[in-house]
Design a protein around this ligand. Structure first.
Ligand code: ZN
Length: 479
């Protein structure tokens, strides 16, 4: 059973920011879906019509733009139950240890599944087709994704030194293997990753056990890295080195089939070199980092040659699952440093001459970060870059063999009109309302042309909301 999708504007070709060029093209094409994947792509640039096979379901989207669905490469969907709390108090210190760990001890596996469903709907509505989720009770996360129809790479959280999961690491290691073995999950685009939590909550022994599984099953490692000054301090005290160099020393950088490291705030240039020369990638979560820490220097990652993507982290400190909106912050690297430059500080102190030096600083920053702000480079952070990190799946591109995760945008929608350069508009505008249709792992999500209403008004969403609301009402959120 095949589905043929026709459009006169299909986004083909991966962006290649590392090669200093953009290679995305907009062409007329027929995209053939079979099962969970894209079977073939037929360019129709010479006007030749595509001839479907008998039994094919054909959907012609005309002038609407067909693009890869977005990838959110680091999140904890279940933590959406904390959205809307004022985080300023708990974010003064270590928010993860002083707030999350305390509240998370009261959350049951059934609660996690119920909260994941809401986060999964939130993701779909923003055009996210695949998430890299890292959380306790990993199988419940995977079930919650399947309940709603969102694809994902699920990393059951592993901890043995501290944290709410420290007594459950063996069970979660087994759960990782079961997720990887499940054909039912694979049919929904749900895969596994190893999820050691961070360098200060996981011992070298447990990292070693996780690596054994990662190597045997060809799974990625998904961990937090150097996200707090406490984690950095502990690495220096316990191991006499940095968190990143410790990972190198215990073999993670060499042995993991691939590694995905969230945040990487306290990673200096030497450590960036360590990550760049291994099969590692960095995840930049600017809006979350603005709350719990401060934004990582992602433009340094580009210069170090590190593959990196952009993610939301959790809704509790973001407060959205719309990963595409984070791209505007990445584009702003061209100018934002000017505000906190020495030159502008001199100007603020009354040195009128410093106005010229300030603008020169701004011009230098623009030139330094110009390439990262190109539309195809920005889009690569939520399409082709994270789409190549899992050894068992290719996603974020429209090409044969890739997971069939697709978005159809209505360029006539006021949120995108007139979209002179559609890729620029998709990178920088608020694209969510302009989604016309969506496919995840080959399945159509909602009703084309009534995408958002069909999800939010569905019986399944109402049931999911009711259960999450009732479970939340019974949770104690005090610390
Ligand atoms: Zn995180």
């Amino acid at each position: 059973m095949r589905t043929v999708i026709l459009s006169r504007r299909v986004v083909l070709g991966p962006a290649a920011p590392s090669e200093g060029k953009t290679s995305l093209r907009l062409v007329g094409a027929a995209v053939v879906l079979e099962g969970t994947t894209i079977r073939s792509v037929h360019e129709l640039s010479d006007g030749t019509p595509f001839v479907p096979e008998a039994g094919d379901t054909v959907i012609d989207f005309g002038d609407k733009l067909l693009a890869p669905a977005f990838i959110n490469p680091h999140t904890h969907l279940a933590l959406g139950f904390l959205r809307g709390l004022d985080m300023r108090g708990v974010a003064r210190g270590n928010m993860v240890e002083e707030f999350f760990f305390k509240v998370e001890r009261r959350v049951s596996p059934e609660d996690i599944r119920a909260f994941v469903r809401i986060g999964a709907y939130d993701s779909l509505l923003a055009g996210v087709g695949l998430v890299w989720d890292h959380y306790y009770a990993g199988e419940q996360v995977a079930e919650g994704l399947c309940d709603v129809g969102l694809a994902g790479v699920v990393a059951p959280t592993l901890q043995d030194l501290s944290g709410p999961g420290m007594d459950a690491w063996e069970a979660q290691l087994d759960a990782t293997a079961r997720i990887d073995d499940s054909q039912r999950f694979r049919d929904q685009g749900v895969l596994a990753a190893l999820g050691p939590h961070a360098t200060d909550t996981v011992s070298a022994e447990l990292f070693g056990k996780a690596l054994d599984v990662a190597q045997a099953r060809q799974l990625p490692v998904h961990a937090h890295l150097a996200q707090s000054v406490e984690e950095y301090r502990r690495a220096r005290q316990r191991h006499g080195t940095t968190p990143t160099e410790w990972l190198e020393r215990i073999g993670v950088l060499e042995r993991a089939p691939s590694s995905v490291f969230a945040h990487c705030i306290y990673v200096d240039r030497q450590d960036l070199g360590r990550l760049a020369k291994s099969r590692s990638a960095g995840v930049y979560c600017p809006y979350s980092q603005l709350v719990f820490g401060f934004p990582a220097p992602a433009s340094e990652w580009t210069r170090a040659g590190l593959s990196w993507g952009v993610a939301t982290d959790c809704a509790s400190n973001n407060d959205t699952m719309n990963v595409q909106k984070e791209l505007r912050f990445a584009a702003g690297h061209r100018t934002v440093g000017t505000t906190w430059s020495h030159e502008f500080e001199r100007f603020l102190a009354g040195d009128a001459e410093a106005s010229e030096a300030t603008w020169r600083r701004r011009t230098e920053l623009c030139e330094l970060n110009e390439q990262d702000a190109a539309p195809a480079a920005l889009l690569s952070r939520v399409w082709s870059e994270p789409g190549k990190w899992h050894p068992k799946v290719r996603v974020g591109v429209i090409e044969p063999g890739a997971l069939a995760n697709l978005l159809v945008f209505d360029l006539a929608h006021p949120a995108l009109w007139p979209a002179h350069d559609p890729l620029q508009a998709i990178a920088m505008a608020d694209t969510g309302p302009a989604i016309w249709a969506m496919f995840v792992a080959g399945k159509c999500i909602g009703v084309p042309g009534a995408f958002h209403e069909s999800l939010v008004r569905s019986e399944t969403y109402r049931d999911a909301h009711r259960e999450a609301r009732d479970r939340l009402a019974k949770l104690d959120l005090s610390v």
